[in-house]
Write a protein that binds this ligand. Structure first.
Ligand code: ATR
Length: 272
């Protein structure tokens, strides 16, 4: 069997082994996929060791996505744009770094939620690693507007400057949380605020009845962002679909086949 794993610290609660086992069963691929706890100062050594022992690829989660980017000997466009790697492939001594998080987000919005991004007004909250990873895949969908709001506005400005060459004139801009302009079609929370039960100081007017409000976080209960958005009429979605879709994209990178995600997402949802 081809061997894969996910590196993180902590890693015990990662759902990736269950997701990839379900994908392998569904597609008839002969692979095993394990959790690997790497020491905080031991990620690169652990990844090299896994590759030397015959491992074919690995997912990378917190806090190692930047180190995985540095470790790679070649990077895809989307990994370069994200400045982070969540998917490594090992072959012939090469370490290929990819990032499937942003395309997983887009797949969840477009395929699972059934909401087109093309031609729409999109508000992205946050300017950290999660937001950066979403930028290129979102822009590739050609939204009418992509506005980026962040608590530290200089970081939103820097993100917009980085991606401006890839966006049409006027399509990409930084804005303040509370000065965001009118109703958006899609509002994506890529801040880590939900983790601490906090809510960015959003203008409620960004939400309308047809707004899709997506939090990249997930849990047994809706996040404060989801409650706030729902309270102002929006359709809400958590990050569980993104999690499953980024895994499906990684499976495609490694195995050349993209699994169906619906059944896996439903069973993860039932187990939350
Ligand atoms: P990640 O990889 O999850 O994006 P990160 O790179 O540390 O993590 O970025 C965290 C993001 O959440 C940042 O955009 C951060 O805002 P700042 O750049 O101003 O720090 C945002 N964030 C975290 N806690 C927040 C809060 N309570 N309210 C608003 N934004 C918050």
């Amino acid at each position: 069997a081809a061997r894969y794993c996910v590196f993180g610290n902590p890693i015990a609660h990662s759902k990736s082994p269950d997701i990839h086992a379900a994908f392998a069963a569904q597609t008839g691929q002969d692979l095993v996929y394990e959790r690997r706890l790497a020491a905080l100062d031991g990620f690169a050594a652990a990844a090299r060791q896994f590759a030397a022992a015959g491992g074919r690829g690995a997912n990378v989660t917190l806090p190692f996505k930047l180190e995985a980017c540095a470790l790679a000997t070649a990077l895809t466009m989307r990994a370069q744009a994200a400045g982070a790697v969540n998917t490594l492939s090992f072959s012939d001594g090469e370490i290929h770094g990819d990032n499937t998080d942003g395309d997983g987000l887009v797949a969840d919005i477009v395929r699972n939620a059934g909401v087109a991004i093309a031609g729409k007004r999109v508000l992205l909250l946050g300017a950290g690693g999660a937001a950066r990873g979403a930028m290129l895949p979102l822009l590739e969908q050609r939204p009418a507007e992509l506005s980026v709001a962040n608590r530290t506005q200089a970081k939103a400005d820097a993100l917009v400057r980085q991606f401006a060459p890839l966006a049409g004139a006027g399509r990409l801009q930084a804005c303040a949380f509370d000065a965001a302009g009118g109703v958006y079609d899609i509002v994506i929370n890529a801040t880590s605020a939900s983790l601490g039960g906090a809510l960015p100081p959003l203008a409620p007017g960004v939400f309308g009845r047809d707004t899709l409000a997506l939090d990249m976080m997930y849990g047994a209960r809706p996040t404060v962002f989801m409650d706030f958005a729902a309270g102002h009429g929006a359709q809400v979605r958590d990050g569980l679909g993104m999690l499953v879709e980024q895994a499906a994209e990684a499976f495609l990178v490694w195995r050349g086949v993209r699994p169906d995600t619906g059944a896996v997402l439903a069973s993860l949802r039932a187990a939350l």
